[in-house]
Each structure stands twice: as C-alpha cells, then as structure tokens.
Design a binder for this molecule. Structure first.
Ligand code: BT5
Length: 261
C-alpha cells in the first residue's frame, strides 16, 4: 500500500491524520500501544504490510501474510466515561461491515463479539486494547485485520475452513487502499457522533449481527450447551437464554466459542 495514495483519498479530519507505516512489525497493536504511551495524538494510525506476531484476543494468533490484508491499529483518546467504552468495539465492527458493503456489495455481517463474517466465514477481526487510569481510559488501541486479497490456498490449515477473504468471495481482487480509506471514514463518522453526544451504537450493531435472535452453540471449558442469543448489554456482553429458561450473560473476554446452529 502506498501511503501517499492512502492519504490522498482520505476524507477524515481526526482519524488517520497521522499515519505511521511499517513494512513488517510484530503486531501493529503492540507498536501503537507503545506509541500511544509516548503521547501519540488522537486518531494516529499504525499500519503494516505484514506482521510476524499478529494477535487475536486471549493470546490467539492473527494470520497476517504480506501485502494481502489490512493490518491496522488506531489510537483513540475519546473523552467519554468508561461506561461508554463498549462503543469502541461496536463502531469499529459496524464501520468495517459498512465499508465492505459499500465497496463490494458482499453481505458482510457481525458475529458476536468482534468478528466480521461473509457467508459465516471470518473475513475480519477487531482487537481493542486500552490503558485505564482511575475512572478514565488514557487511550484505546483499536486493532483490525481484514483479509482483502488472500488466496484460499494461502490460509493455514487451522483456519482453512473458517476464514475467507474479499477476493475469495468475489473472484477478483479489490483495492486494500480504497477499503481502508472507507473504513477510516466510516469510523470517523461514528467516532465524532459518539464523542459529541455520547451516542450509542447498539441498535445499528444488532441490525448487522448474525448472532442476536439466533440459536447458538456455546463451548465453554469442556462444556457444550445450546441457547438463544437474546441481546447484548452496555458492556458488549452477550445475553443468552438457556433451554431451562435461565438467562445468563457471557462477557466478550470469556474463553468461550459461540456459533450459530
Ligand atoms: C480477533 O481475535 O479476531 C482480533 C484480530 C485482530 C487482528 C488485528 S491485525 C492488526 C492488529 N494487530 C494485531 O496484532 N492484531 C490486530 P479473535 O476473536 O481472538 O480471533 C482469533 C481467531 O481467528 C484465531 O484463533 C483463528 O481461529 C482465527 N484467525 C486467525 N487469523 C485469521 C485470519 N487472518 N482470518 C480469519 N480468521 C483468522
């Protein structure tokens, strides 16, 4: 990706006004965290052509081959109460879905809590990390990976059946630069709304979700059980109803696997 091209087509005022590009890093989230700790401004974007230790949540790995995906981490310093920080994950996942739909017409959807899927296969994931001080977040690092032009045969065996890319779904390549420009624009639209009037994005998120309202299979430790996914709460936890009628909530950092059945 050419940074001059990325900048030339950017329609944002805050998001990605400063861009830091690397050819190869361990993880853009780790770099962004360190840069944020040193005072990087709100909206600073760290991107890389490839990652050697791309991270998912809970110590999982993110497959990040060279030049075929978006590997990005955005530093955000919203002036919002911590109780609203769940919105950061929501606006990012919604924005990625919107940008994919605008550019490709593919039916991208959100799978709780942080996956973007097409035909039930994962095309993108979001990892939000933060530095909390007292009752406030000093900053958030919003990492997102999008599989843009990864070939089917490039995916490692562990994720071969569950992962996809835009080019696999479309049968042709799309511009990583244009998609990133669009994602950043979509994030800015919502970020400015969120910080100005403390807007919530639960409804928009729910409308794009393949999880809410559906029957799901939940794997937790060695237990497997079935339930109906009813809703998410203000913290982004999934509210489920077990077959016994009991209502439970699952935090998005619980070690669980939830999938539609
Ligand atoms: C995520 O975690 O989905 C968050 C992924 C965030 C990646 C970005 S890339 C830029 C920034 N820098 C980083 O180091 N990270 C962020 P989680 O929900 O835990 O999902 C991880 C799981 O998704 C893995 O255990 C695999 O099963 C699967 N997976 C790994 N790589 C994938 C890929 N490229 N496409 C689809 N699925 C993948």
């Amino acid at each position: 990706m050419k940074i001059s091209e990325l900048k030339a087509g950017l329609k944002t005022n805050i998001i990605a006004k400063k861009i830091i590009y690397f050819n190869e890093v361990t993880s853009t989230n780790d770099i962004a965290f360190a840069i944020a700790n040193n005072g990087a401004v709100d909206g600073t974007l760290v991107i890389a052509n490839s990652q050697t230790m791309g991270k998912g949540r809970l110590g999982r790995k993110w497959f990040s081959p060279k030049g075929k995906s978006i590997l990005a981490s955005l530093i955000l310093r919203p002036q919002i109460p911590l109780s609203h920080s769940g919105n950061i994950n929501l606006i990012t996942t919604i924005s990625i879905v919107d940008a994919i739909r605008h550019l490709t017409n593919l039916n991208a959807m959100i799978k709780w809590p942080n996956d973007i899927v097409i035909n039930y296969k994962k095309v993108s994931g979001v990892l939000v990390e933060s530095k909390i001080e007292g009752n406030c977040a000093d900053f958030f690092v919003v990492g997102f990976g999008v599989n843009v032009n990864i070939l089917k045969e490039d995916f490692p065996e562990e994720i071969f059946d569950i992962a996809t890319s835009l080019s696999v779904e479309l049968g042709y390549e799309v511009s990583t630069t244009q998609l990133l420009q669009n994602i950043l624009y979509q994030i800015e639209l919502r970020y400015t709304r969120m910080t100005k009037d403390l807007a919530d994005f639960y409804l928009e998120w729910k409308n794009l979700s393949i999880t809410i309202g559906q029957r799901v299979r939940i794997e937790k430790s060695d237990n497997v059980f079935f339930a109906k996914a009813l809703d998410i709460d203000k913290n982004g936890a999934l509210i489920i109803q077990l077959d016994s009628g009991e209502i439970q909530s699952i935090m998005n950092d619980d070690l669980v696997k939830v999938r539609n059945i």
